[in-house]
Write a protein that binds this ligand. Structure first.
Ligand SMILES: [Zn+2]
Length: 128
């Protein structure tokens, strides 16, 4: 969880989900690598189901004895990889400054400010 003070004085955080001012950043090279890893892992999981070894695969992947349904397994595979390849992004709702995490699992942020100095809702493509 991050709680950051913007240079404009606004406090921004990622404590609530979903949020219009929190998102992710993933470069094209990382996105393609991520896609391949997700596909390979899901394919490996499906193969284990076909061979009747799903329980062993799930126990090995999750490192515990929990039971998961196929949709939960696939969702977990996707979110696990996404956490490794995405940087968190927060946008100041007052001045539009963009805070980008310095790494996939980092709580340190670099600030990028729009020339307009205005909030642009850049993390909300579905609203346009
Ligand atoms: Zn600001």
């Amino acid at each position: 969880m991050a709680r950051l003070r913007c240079e404009c004085g606004n406090i921004i955080s990622n404590n609530y989900s979903p949020s219009k001012t929190v998102g992710i950043l993933c470069g094209q090279i990382d996105a393609e690598a991520l896609q391949r890893k997700i596909e390979n892992t899901i394919e490996d999981y499906i193969l284990s189901v076909r061979e009747g070894k799903e329980s062993d695969w799930v126990r090995s992947y999750f490192k515990n004895e929990c039971t998961y349904g196929p949709s939960a397994v696939i969702a977990s595979i996707m979110s696990d990889y996404e956490l490794r390849y995405h940087r968190e992004v927060l946008e100041c709702s007052d001045c539009g400054a963009i805070f980008i995490a310095k790494g996939a699992d980092s709580c340190e942020f670099e600030i990028y400010a729009p020339k307009s100095g205005e909030y642009n809702s850049v993390l909300n493509c579905m609203e346009s």
